[in-house]
Design a protein around this ligand. Sequence first.
Ligand code: FES
Length: 258
Amino acid sequence: MTLSDVTLSELSELAGRYPQARSALLPMLHLIQSAEGHVTNEGVEVCARILGISAAEVSGVATFYTMYKRRPMGEHHVGVCTNTLCAVMGGDLIFERLKGHLDVGNDETTEDGQVTLEHIECNAACDFAPVMTVNWEFFDNQTPESAVELVDKLRAGEMVQATRGATITSWRAAERVIAGFEDGLVDEGPTAAGASLAGLEIAKERGWAAPAYGASSGSDGTAETKEGAAEQADTSRAETETIIEESPAQTSKEDSDD
Ligand code: FES
């Protein structure tokens, strides 16, 4: 038994946070990772015992989701999105550069134990492609050069700030937060910025608001019926498309294409 009494107690605490204890399995596995560096066999058995389910059921979950690791992780988990949009925007190049620079393959850890490199799927941050993550925090608009600089800083133990998120701590510390134990850094850094907010800014400028479902008011321009709401949404979409077509970014791209 290597899990500490504190961890065992926190695992039980997590199980008690839900009306049905087994709902706590996902955060409990994150806490195991925080304590052990990966999901150990002991961790699987302890979760099963606390939740009153079989070890096979716990293993089924731990091997299904890619955020659960069955091998020891490095101090930092570095993810490179190689899903479609990031790939074409440079994600594949970044991943290849990092593999060579760190001398590791996918899902492998550097000799100094500092970085585990993994190619990851879409992180729903396509508007900042190509995107990387460090311990699940976002690093937007990366290049092969910035990626190398980032991992060098991590390996040197320098302070690194996520583009949208908190100061980087360690993979284990991040796993503890995901498990549901706050570290006080939740408000650090912007959580949304730039491209993600462009549509919101356009809507504010134009005084647009989402029509209430089944709204009957018409005095402020909102739709009076469901059909009217759909029509209004179509009009807004068409206007947005026109704005995007006329945007400076689009214009400059067309200029450079010429
Ligand atoms: S494709 Fe990389 S974040 Fe969506």
